[in-house]
Design a protein. Sequence first.
Lengths: 221, 221
Amino acid sequence: MPEQAVAGGKENSVETPVESTRERLLNVAEQRFGEGGYEGTSLRAITVAAAANIAAVNYHFGSKEALLRAAVARAMGPVNIERRRRLDQLEAKGQPTPEELIRAFIEPGLDLVLRRGERGAVVARFIGRIAFDPSQRIRDLYAAESDPIEARYLAALQAALPHAAPESVAFGYVNMLGLLALHQSQALSRAPGVEDAEDPGKLAENLIAFLVAAFDRGLRA
Amino acid sequence: MPEQAVAGGKENSVETPVESTRERLLNVAEQRFGEGGYEGTSLRAITVAAAANIAAVNYHFGSKEALLRAAVARAMGPVNIERRRRLDQLEAKGQPTPEELIRAFIEPGLDLVLRRGERGAVVARFIGRIAFDPSQRIRDLYAAESDPIEARYLAALQAALPHAAPESVAFGYVNMLGLLALHQSQALSRAPGVEDAEDPGKLAENLIAFLVAAFDRGLRA
DNA sequence: CTCCTGTTCAAACGACCGTTTGAACTATGC
DNA sequence: GCATAGTTCAAACGGTCGTTTGAACAGGAG
């Protein structure tokens, strides 16, 4: 039973990088799960689009759910690292402001993932979709990949907002998680009279300003 | 081909109201679709729980999607009516404030539906879940049942916030729609250190205060 | 060359999906 | 009584689901 396929073998050369079957499956899974959700996407649809055999999923990952877990882990890895780095950096130089914390949380979710071409939008939609999937099981699966660092942000926000009750800060915090996921999944993009997706940077600024105002003045004492 | 079953026959008497097959199907569909989403819920699971035959779905509604549409229409009907009534009332007595508009929109979504016992929570979760279902098709189906009145609220908010750019108000507006749906679906309820569902009235007040602050000071000029 | 490990493949597994069928049942009107 | 329209039922339809199987293929090591 091979645990890992060709680990650090040949790095993508200058030539067109030949993706492994495993990588192609992860890429297509990201795209399809992000479009149709977990239940609404079949393994056959994924393997056909990835030019792979059905059995390849169970060979490389073990099951449909394990494929999803691997895709979530790959997508969230860089985001978690960046969030941790920025939080460490903020806390190293004293008490961060709410805006600094909100920015350090939102930007890795929108920038890292919405920037850099078409691929980033696919990853963002995938993450946003899975984070609030209808199935409790899938939501738990996602939470397991992002909870640790997120809990640190909640604590930091509570410390930065001493005038607000901790449970009120927690209320604002889950609102932030939800709004970020909805914007990542682009579920709010094609609403009446809105063109957010124009510039991910502008979207991030709008969302941050929206949240900062709500945190600063919209929470119970 | 009967278009409608026993229309205005015998209203629920004082005795235990005997629900028709059609009503039982709608009730169970509300519950199950709200728990597992549209794709994640089978007609067989619904009909078994409703003590009905599989064929009853196609007899009474025509298809799985038509069952969903009927359930959405039944659930959103009173909410839409109440929202329209309150908006009419506000506009009749002059220019409403942003808070009045937000309250008139949020409260029918949380109160009408989260109040009155266990049943209300089921309806709320159903609506919140379907409104942001992974499938575009399902989201469109929902939008068709609630768009008309919602569009009026957007226009009223833009008029009430003349200092903010119309597209910024629209941005805040979709954020309001998203946050309301997430709280309705209770997807934000079991987060770290939060116990919102304690009192739906308090949840409504918290959410309204959060949104009012964001609308008043978190939008671009 | 032979072995061996990793990978891909066509084909099939049983289970479940939404939908349809046609007969059986119910209750009212004549 | 009989006819009729509305409703329920068991059973089956073809199709798709996630998963499994066992053989075939690749290529480096001995």
